[in-house]
Design a protein around this ligand. Structure first.
Ligand SMILES: Cc1cc2nc3c(=O)[nH]c(=O)nc-3n(C[C@H](O)[C@H](O)[C@H](O)COP(=O)(O)OP(=O)(O)OC[C@H]3O[C@@H](n4cnc5c(N)ncnc54)[C@H](O)[C@@H]3O)c2cc1C
Length: 396
């Protein structure tokens, strides 16, 4: 399916002031999923603006894990709904997003981690996931890279896996375009004009778009979009890096997306090679230059958990941004201060796997109808009020 981007006729400004029922800022997985779900529900005049090309923010990650393996019921609900949607994606959109349901294996190296994962699997099972705890022996059978002596146990969820975010972004964008959404690339939001707490327009490098509604789907750059409207979105960018080993003539055995809870070291197959990463110590910032700075922490963890992957023979690497919130959970909601301002951001490293469900939630919030779940737990207000923060074990 080709994605038809609507070109603006004048590079230096919109020919006519454009108007939209809703302007979505950001062309990553959240922006395009929201655009598609709104248009599918019959919202007529949706404009998505992306300052670069679609999917060139964090959604450019070469492969993204998809899972319902979380501890907080709201995260499990988002993950499961999205996992099911990705499972139906090829049939629905006619696009193969490279979904490989190889499972997720969370390694537990302390009794506290075992207890956490036991509790989590019970929650996941309530949502229909068939995750379960496995012994160290079973973990090694499932993933021969893993060092049995390092483990006390693991949680294994066979229906999780990974897919190709770029293909999902393009497919949602194409489907949204077919339903009438205007996607304007090379179009950067500079300002959001408001009067008495209501939105009037979005000012871009190419002109002004009149609108009463804005959806912020600007990933790691969302704080600035919030500031434009006077809405506090506590999103902090942190560089995260991965490395891909050389492709092997004899492929590695197929293993689950495997993650060590103690260190966040993770790995899974990357075609005939492996994809490796860790959430190493990193100062906040927007820099996305790749470096090997993550490797010492990865190697130290790998020597304990998966020794044959230490000192990997990397062919290339990739750096992107986590869009972290104070509790490392999403911000999904509508501003209580600025009418018509919606946000889907702050996914803190697990946005690809929540994209389909979040698009549905944003659609329903915009239409003022109940969603498939109560998403109030993800409101940005939780940091200002006495609302409980989301306590999630399975974040990295
Ligand atoms: C190393 C790494 C590993 C990850 N692994 C996983 C994983 O396994 N599974 C998973 O689910 N997630 C993973 N993630 C996280 C996931 O990639 C993100 O959560 C997700 O892509 C966020 O999507 P988004 O649409 O919110 O943001 P983005 O994809 O970043 O899109 C935001 C877009 O907004 C645009 N934008 C910003 N400001 C403006 C403006 N002023 N005007 C117009 N456009 C603007 C940007 O150009 C960008 O394209 C990982 C991230 C990294 C970095």
């Amino acid at each position: 399916m080709d994605c038809q981007i609507v070109p603006l006729s004048l590079p230096d400004g919109l020919q006519q002031p454009l108007s939209a029922d809703v302007v979505i800022i950001g062309g990553g997985i959240m922006g395009v999923s929201s655009a598609f779900h709104l248009a599918e529900a019959g919202v007529k005049n949706v404009v998505l603006i992306e300052r670069g090309e679609l999917g060139t923010g964090s959604s450019a990650k070469p492969l993204g894990g998809v899972r319902a393996t979380f501890s907080d019921p709201a995260n499990v609900a988002l993950g499961k709904r999205s996992l099911d949607a990705y499972g139906r994606f090829a049939g629905r959109f006619g696009v193969d997003i490279g979904l490989r349901r190889v499972g997720y294996l969370f390694l537990c190296r302390s009794s506290a981690e075992v207890l956490d994962c036991e509790r989590s699997t019970l929650v996941q099972n309530e949502f229909g996931s068939n995750s379960r705890m496995v012994t160290p022996d079973e973990a090694v059978e499932i993933n021969p890279f893993v060092a049995k002596e390092a483990l006390l146990g693991a949680s294994y969820s066979p229906e999780d896996g990974f897919a190709e975010p770029a293909k999902a972004v393009q497919a949602y964008a194409a489907a949204a375009t077919a339903l009438g959404v205007k996607i304007l690339t090379g179009t950067e939001a500079f300002a959001i004009e408001t009067t008495n707490g209501s939105i009037n327009s979005v000012v871009t490098n190419r002109g002004t778009i009149r609108t009463e509604s804005v959806i912020c789907a600007a990933g790691a750059w969302s704080r600035k979009i919030g500031d434009m409207a006077g809405v506090e979105l506590p999103v902090t960018p942190v560089r995260r890096q991965i490395g891909m080993t050389r492709q092997q003539s004899v492929p590695y055995p197929e293993v689950p997306f495997t993650l060590d809870l103690s260190t966040t070291m993770y790995f899974h197959n990357y075609y005939n090679g492996m994809l490796l990463g860790i959430s190493n110590d990193e100062d906040p910032g927007f820099g996305r230059d790749y470096s090997h700075e993550w490797l010492p922490e990865f190697n130290a963890a790998a020597r304990v958990c998966a020794p044959s992957l230490a000192e990997p023979d990397l062919e290339f690497g990739w750096a992107g941004l986590y869009e972290n919130t104070p509790d490392h959970n999403a911000l999904i909601g509508a501003s209580s201060e600025v009418s018509g301002f919606y946000y889907a951001t702050g996914f803190s490293g697990h946005g690809f796997l929540q994209g389909p469900a979040v698009g549905e939630l944003i659609r329903d919030m915009y239409l003022g109808r109940p969603g498939f779940m109560d998403a109030s737990t993800f409101s940005a207000d939780r940091f200002n009020n006495d609302l409980a923060l989301v306590r999630e074990v399975h974040i990295i």
